[in-house]
Design a binder for this molecule. Structure first.
Ligand code: S3P
Length: 172
């Protein structure tokens, strides 16, 4: 089955980057990570961009980046957790290729982000309980957008093999 691009969306900690790299390698697409590209463009980490330039700046950078990525094909794109939820980005993503939502229960996302809080500015400086509450609320706000994806992969369908099977079967 032909996919122009494969776009992985989902909350922080859902595994977009790890899975995206593996899928790209398997099918010979270029792997692209929106957070990483914005970091490289600014020569700053995501956390530094949030602190020094603000979240609005970061969201505009994400939107501008989509305009660049839209020109290309054969990419597996791991998209920052908030990107689909700003401007008309979700519609843009859906025009760029096949959008896959990596869905996981919030408690699992919470466990997965705990060791890496410092790299995620929205999650920093919270106790574990506060963090779970914050993530639960934020996921509730965002999930209606995530669910607009072409394909929803639940936690049992997130191996490379399962996901590639699902991509073929769902699109044909
Ligand atoms: C964010 C998610 C992060 C990064 C930034 C904001 C969000 O990406 O873009 O810290 O708003 O959910 P990951 O989902 O790759 O962690």
């Amino acid at each position: 089955m032909q996919h122009r691009n494969i776009i992985l969306i989902g909350f922080m900690g859902s595994g977009k980057t790890t899975l995206g790299k593996k899928i790209a390698q398997k099918i010979g697409f270029e792997f692209v990570d929106t957070d990483l590209l914005i970091e490289q463009q600014n020569n700053l980490s995501t956390s530094e961009i949030f602190v020094q330039k603000g979240q609005d700046y970061f969201r505009l950078a994400e939107r501008d980046l989509l305009n660049d990525l839209k020109q290309k094909e054969h990419q597996v794109i791991a998209v920052g957790g908030g990107l689909p939820c700003f401007f008309d980005n979700m519609q843009q993503l859906k025009q760029m290729g096949t959008v896959v939502y990596l869905q996981r229960p919030v408690k699992e996302l919470h466990q997965r982000v705990l060791p890496k809080l410092s790299t995620r500015p929205l999650l920093a400086n919270k106790s574990s309980d506060e963090l779970l509450e914050y993530m639960t609320e934020l996921l509730e706000k965002r999930e209606s957008v995530y669910l607009e994806a072409h394909i929803i992969a639940n936690r049992n369908e997130q191996t490379v093999t399962d996901l590639l099977l699902k991509l073929d079967f769902s699109i044909e």
